[in-house]
Design a protein around this ligand. Structure first.
Ligand code: T4K
Length: 383
């Protein structure tokens, strides 16, 4: 649902991009015009790949046109087929990218506390048709990396990660980006760090990186020589210009997110039936997703009514991710041999609140006030 935009009525919404000052982007974009070089591995894409590789501590970063295509390229370059195990509780692109490659997504349930895929559920779903496991670091909280790696190793399966939410995060002191066969980022406008549209595959495996590069450029091994069925998955120079400009401001973006997150925490801590996502177990977080779990029985109002209430007050919160992928039409015809109770439970209760540099402290306080004043069954707010 998208709220009507009005210049007089500031709508506070989830997903407004974090942006560098215009002049910093314009300066880099002007260079693209002067060089008349707009895509196909230009200098800005190469520079951004190098800077990201250094930041993430990985040998290869391959910039892509978006995160979904990056996931498809990763699946294809890894030679996946048959079935792949992933959570249902994720953005639908994780599943789509596999299905578009002719791979059947097999949905595992998540842990109700971490919201991330439950390793025991994964292991129970492994069959001879399984070709890989895809973990998702939902909302930037690292999934159970070592437990999944141990299962993957024991079964001889590659482990890949959808790290779309986790740029700027770390697990046990190691930046997200260097785990498993690869980690795949989204740099979509709505992410903590964005290139407009964009994504990247980070890996320490040179042969895999070469295969990704081949496949993202139509399968060209040399001029006039196509050796693989590739596609066009390249990032363009203007996106890289935006990325280079934005990357300089990442510490400010994350610091703003963190300060807002703390204000939300203060503003909502004493509200019975509301539980804010907990980032305290992480060494480094980007604090980008402010997720609140709504317990209808204690709060006196369910998640959807709270969302509607906020919308009438100019706050666009999002039901990330409702319903689980397994209940979306492209997948709900797939026979499912197991229940996903935690996925069902969470997809009815979680609400994403606005964050990022479009907001200031007063906005966050106003959102908290609106949440606290939400009409609730059996609760008199004026008592
Ligand atoms: N894996 C995971 C776990 C993901 O979350 C995603 C993407 C992917 C893979 C795939 O990566 P990409 O292929 O997208 O790079 C949005 C984003 O489009 C999507 O990138 C993101 N996840 C997902 C969580 O959110 P929608 O359907 O919610 O988009 P939309 O158009 O409703 O916009 C969301 C909010 O952002 C609205 O409040 C409006 C605001 N917005 C949006 C844009 C584009 C702005 O304020 N400015 C903007 O420029 O999917």
């Amino acid at each position: 649902m998208r709220a009507p935009w009005s210049p007089r009525n500031k709508v506070l919404h989830v997903g407004a991009p974090n942006l560098a000052p215009w002049g910093e982007f314009a300066g880099l974009a002007r260079g693209c015009f002067e060089r008349r070089w707009l895509t196909n591995r230009g200098p800005l894409v190469e520079q951004l790949e190098a800077e990201l590789g250094q930041r993430l501590g990985v040998e290869h970063v391959i910039l892509c046109s978006n995160g979904t295509v990056a996931l498809e390229l990763a699946a294809r370059a890894a030679g996946l087929s048959g079935e792949v195990i992933l959570p249902s509780f994720t953005f639908v692109a994780t599943a789509h990218a596999l299905q578009w490659q002719g791979i059947r997504p097999v949905f595992a349930d998540v842990d109700p506390i971490t919201y991330n895929m439950d390793p025991a559920a994964v292991e129970a779903l492994i069959t001879p048709a399984t070709s890989a496991i895809v973990g998702v670091h939902l909302y930037g909280r690292p999934c159970a990396i070592s437990a999944l790696q141990e299962i993957a190793d024991r079964h001889g399966l590659p482990l890949l990660f959808d790290a779309a939410h986790a740029f700027g995060c770390a697990a046990d002191g190691q930046a997200i980006g260097g785990h498993g066969l690869c980690e795949v980022f989204s740099f979509h406008a709505t992410k903590v760090f964005n290139t407009g549209e964009g994504g990247a595959i980070a890996t320490n495996n040179g042969a895999f990186a070469n295969q990704v590069r081949l496949l993202q450029n139509f399968g060209f091994a040399a001029e006039d020589r196509v050796v693989a069925l590739g596609l066009n998955g390249k990032m363009n120079e203007l996106s890289a210009a935006l990325g280079l400009a934005n990357l300089r401001h990442l510490p400010r973006f994350i610091d703003t997110n963190r300060r807002h997150f703390e204000l939300y925490n203060q503003g909502l801590a004493d509200v019975d039936g509301l539980q804010l996502i907990d980032y305290s177990g992480q060494t480094i977080s980007n604090y980008h997703y402010v997720i609140v779990e709504v317990d209808n029985s204690r709060f006196g109002c369910n998640r959807d009514r709270l969302r509607d209430h906020l919308l009438t007050h100019g706050v666009l919160a999002r039901r990330y991710f409702t319903p689980g992928c397994h209940r979306q039409p492209p997948y709900n015809g797939t026979p499912i041999s197991h229940a996903l109770p935690h996925t069902e439970w969470l997809s009815e209760r979680l609400l994403a609140l606005p964050n990022g540099t479009q907001l200031d402290a007063a906005d966050v306080r106003r959102i908290c006030t609106q949440i606290r004043s939400c009409p609730r069954d059996g609760i008199n707010l004026h008592a």
